[in-house]
Design a protein around this ligand. Structure first.
Ligand code: AMP
Length: 115
């Protein structure tokens, strides 16, 4: 199997399964999380399959593209009062989908520390 072909976020990036896309470029896709934890909950992914943020760090141009998409989403979603960006990583980090994604979460007061 080609790496990433069975991956749900690869399928979203390819348009093979539906998602509510709020922003996309040649390199990244941003779409609403199916189970939002806040009024705004958008996931930003690179189209290319990387397992997690550590693997993404090996591709600086794509890493920057992800962060630039976070900025676009923050602006378009009106998160002027602030927001949180989370890369859950690995089992203890709570990562369930093994295709790196930035959670962009906002629209309410965030708590610290997270659970
Ligand atoms: P994580 O636990 O960091 O891997 O987060 C995975 C996130 O992906 C969860 O918040 C899920 O609700 C979300 N998710 C899983 N499948 C889909 C999907 N098909 N469309 C949108 N969000 C999804």
């Amino acid at each position: 199997m080609i790496e990433g072909m069975a991956c749900v976020f690869c399928a979203i990036a390819a348009g093979e399964i539906p998602a509510t896309v709020v922003h996309e470029t040649d390199d990244v896709v941003a779409f609403r999380d199916l189970k939002p934890v806040a009024p705004v909950h958008v996931l930003v992914i690179p189209r290319q399959h990387y397992r997690d943020v550590r693997d993404l760090a090996a591709d600086p141009a794509t890493m920057v593209a992800v962060l630039q998409a976070v900025d676009v989403v923050a602006a378009s979603e009106g998160l002027d009062e602030g927001f949180r960006v989370v890369f859950n990583t690995g089992g203890q980090g709570g990562q369930e989908v093994d295709h790196v994604h930035a959670h962009v979460i906002g629209g309410r007061q965030m708590q610290w520390p997270p659970g």
